[in-house]
Design a protein around this ligand. Structure first.
Ligand code: C2E
Ligand code: MG
Ligand code: MG
Length: 750
């Protein structure tokens, strides 16, 4: 007996000798079916093992067949696809599908028909070809085709399999038509997205929820300069850099909280170049895979910005001269007013109008007029500092905004510079034309703080300049105009003063406070003006500093003081130090130290017999060259003192880096000693600090005995002032101090 049957009989509690009843057979067979796919061999074994009558066998087979068919039907009914049984002529012998709708609609119409009667010709041919191939090769053949069903295109995959079933002498094949429309559409969609991703001009980068790069496109490589070999590490570096700054943290927060971020950041090319990058990041949540990704889109917006800037430039600049136009000028003026207010400085508006421009334009033509305007703009540009705003605000009207002024004197100087710029004739076409300019100046915030008014004032002043005969300048306020002319009268006279030997030096003695010994003198320049008599340095040093004449005057002072020093030395006062005041402008002359060295050599002097007095601001303002000059001078043995200490803003600590030897307390503090406790406190602190930096301290402007006593008590080392002596001629120094090297002599001169 077959082992399976034997086992089943045993399970049913039957012996092999005792054959089961009909019911028991049915149960037995169901059990076998469940666990056993009956093959012919098995069925035969089964038949043989059961000594059944042929009727009983018939019943059994019938039952088995019914069960099989109903199972097959259930399977087919569950199948969403359509199954055709086709013969070699592609006649449809059977059609089945779980999709009742399709069956009902039209497919069932195919039953009993040839393919070409139901399907379009090309499809019928395709099916025939597929069936023939499947039957010939006895293998599966797959074809793809599309059909219009109810006005919609459906895509199908046809799977053709040969069967053993022969009908009317023809072989048959099963054709399963699977509707793959959804899959095809999804494929197309994903292909479009992939193409978009790959060919997009925007750099794209996909990050996972840990902000690690997952994918990137070609544009991303181009944008970052990474190659496929380095892109992985480059990508990580970019992401790291992107999120490491404080902006990066904000981006991250916004990505997590709001799911997106959009804005501009700085991008870095692998070459090290930086560029503006427009960045948009969006959170993408995929529910099916339960993941979160971030899609980062990057685009280089430098081109866009450049064209924006170009547009802005065109809108704010004059096309002919490329200077700022009225719009930009007004904006700059407003800004300048705010700044001067904040910094407590002065600003000025120069309103320029070319003289007789209309004549040139009308008589020589617009082209010549344009050429003149361009050349005038060029000349003005050359004399303006980069911080000034030169604009063309109308036909022949130019404006210059100058900021950060401290003295109104500087304005006349600038105005004169502008007039001078027009002195040379202009080469226009075949002509050489002399063209002048009239200038109106208004000062802010002095004259007004309102931009419109400031322009109006400057314009009014420009008209007064025209009325005065052109080629001149006028201030909005008359007093300034007068003082400006005084300034220029002085400037012109100063130019001749050196040539005419009109300068001379006075010397003010300096004493040791404790021993009353004369230790040195301060050289103070005077100007013997042919008409005005003796002019104090306070009246001309500032002008000389503004126009640069101080360089030559200062050089003369050093030479004269050195000459005098060597005379005194020869006369028997070898230890006298001469202090010379040095202007901030001298300190920034690159070969200043060489000049001084040449002078010392000529006079046969040691550097240590000179002291240079400089103000705090002059070295703090010009750290670079001034610092080098000071070190070179120090190397030559020249002493270095800070003059007028306390009037600037620097602290002693700031001055520590400079090679100083002495500190001069300004006379304004000394003046109120014994009256103003604040001044006393300042002096006390200054002395203490100077000592801690190993600097000697001298007080200037000592006029009374009380002042002297106070300074002595506080530990000040030296002093000068009217209490001891006014500045005197060189000869008097010898007369007074050669044999009595102490204070008593000078007291008589008080
Ligand atoms: P400074 O260097 O602070 O010189 C001291 C000024 O105070 C001198 O004025 C001096 O005459 C004056 N003075 C001296 N003792 C007393 C006193 O007891 N009471 C009062 N009220 N004044 C006193 P001066 O000579 O008119 O010089 C003024 C300023 O001109 C100097 O100030 C210095 O900054 C500058 N200066 C003078 N000569 C030169 C020079 O050759 N080159 C440069 N660049 N500047 C110079
Ligand atoms: Mg001085
Ligand atoms: Mg001083």
């Amino acid at each position: 007996m077959h082992r399976l049957l034997a086992r089943q009989l045993k399970k049913l509690g039957l012996s092999q000798d005792k054959l089961p009843s009909q019911q028991q057979w049915a149960k037995l067979l169901t059990t076998i079916e469940k666990s056993y796919e009956a093959s012919d061999q098995d069925r035969y074994t089964l038949e043989r093992s059961l000594t059944l009558s042929s009727e009983e066998m018939q019943v059994l087979y019938q039952k088995q067949k019914d069960t099989y068919e109903s199972r097959l039907e259930s399977i087919l009914n569950a199948m969403p696809d359509v199954l055709f049984l086709l013969n070699e002529d592609i006649k449809c012998l059977e059609v089945m599908s779980g999709n009742k709708r399709i069956l009902k609609d039209n497919i069932s119409l195919a039953l009993g028909k040839y393919a070409h009667e139901v399907f379009p010709e090309d499809k019928a041919r395709l099916f025939k070809d597929a069936v023939t191939r499947a039957l010939t090769k006895d293998n599966l053949v797959v074809v793809h085709y599309e059909l219009d069903i109810n006005g919609e295109t459906h895509y199908f995959e046809g799977r053709v399999m040969p069967t053993n079933y022969v009908v009317d002498g023809q072989r048959t094949a099963v054709f399963i038509a699977i509707d793959i429309t959804k899959r095809v559409k999804a494929d197309v969609q994903s292909q479009i997205i992939t193409t978009m991703f790959d060919s997009s001009r925007e750099g794209m980068l996909i990050l996972n929820n840990k902000l690690e790069p997952v994918s990137y496109n070609k544009a991303f490589c181009d944008l970052t300069g990474e190659t496929p070999d380095t892109v992985e590490s480059g990508m990580s570096a970019l992401v790291k850099r992107l999120f490491s700054s404080s902006t990066g943290n904000r981006i991250k927060e916004s990505m997590m909280d709001d799911g997106y971020w959009i804005g501009e950041v700085t991008g870095y090319h692998k070459s090290g170049e930086s560029y503006p990058l427009w960045l948009s990041i969006n959170k993408v949540r995929c529910n099916t895979a339960d993941t979160t990704n971030y899609v980062v889109m990057l685009s280089d917006v430098s081109e866009l910005k450049r064209s924006q800037e170009e547009l802005e430039h065109v809108a704010t600049h004059d096309a002919l001269t490329n200077l700022p136009n009225r719009i930009l000028f007004q904006d700059r003026l407003e800004q300048a007013i705010i700044r001067t207010h904040r910094n407590d400085t002065l600003g000025a508006l120069f309103f320029l109008d070319l003289d007789r421009f209309k004549n040139i334009n009308d008589n020589l033509g617009h082209l010549v007029g344009d050429d003149l305007l361009m050349q005038a703009a060029q000349r003005l540009k050359q004399i303006c500092r980069s911080s000034d705003t030169l604009a063309r605000i109308g036909g022949d009207e130019f404006t210059v905004i100058v900021e950060d002024l401290h003295e109104t004197d500087e304005l006349a100087f600038i105005a004169q510079k502008i007039l001078n710029a027009f002195k040379e004739p202009f080469a226009l076409k075949d002509y050489k034309l002399e063209i002048s300019v009239s200038i109106g100046i208004s000062i802010f915030p002095q004259d007004s703080e309102d931009p419109v008014e400031i322009i109006k004032h400057a314009d009014t002043a420009m008209y007064s300049a025209k009325e005065l005969g052109r080629n001149t300048y006028q201030f909005y306020t008359q007093e300034l105009t007068s003082s400006a002319f005084e300034y220029f009268a002085t400037e012109i006279a100063l130019r001749k003063a050196l040539e005419n030997n009109e300068f001379f030096l006075l010397y003010q003695p300096q004493f040791n406070l404790e021993s009353n010994e004369l230790i040195g003198v301060e050289a103070l320049v005077r100007w013997r003006h042919p008409d005005m008599g003796i002019v104090s340095p306070a009246a001309f040093i500032h002008i000389a500093e503004t126009n640069g004449q101080i360089i030559d005057i200062g050089r003369w002072v050093i030479a004269e003081a050195s000459r005098q020093c060597s005379v005194w030395k020869a006369q028997g006062m070898p230890d006298l130090t001469v202090s010379v005041n040095i202007s901030r402008k001298q300190l920034v002359v690159p070969n200043f130290a060489d000049d001084v060295s040449a002078i010392l050599e000529e006079e046969g002097l040691d550097g240590c017999q000179l002291e240079f007095e400089i103000t705090e601001s002059s070295i703090i303002e010009n750290k670079g060259i001034a610092y080098d000059n000071l070190n070179n001078l120090k190397a030559m043995g020249i002493n270095m003192a800070i003059d007028d200490f306390g009037t600037g803003y620097s602290s002693l600590i700031n001055l520590k880096q400079f090679p100083l030897t002495r500190l001069k307390i300004d006379q304004s503090f000394v003046r109120d000693v014994t009256k103003d406790p604040n001044d006393e406190a300042i002096i006390r602190a200054t002395i203490a600090l100077a000592k801690s930096l190993q600097l000697r301290v001298i007080a200037e402007g000592v006029e009374t005995e009380n002042q002297r006593k106070f300074l002595l008590m506080e530990g000040c080392d030296e002093a000068q002032g009217y209490f001891y002596s006014q500045p005197v001629e060189a000869d008097e120094i010898i007369e007074r101090y050669l044999h009595h090297n102490h204070i008593q002599k000078s007291v008589q001169f008080k």
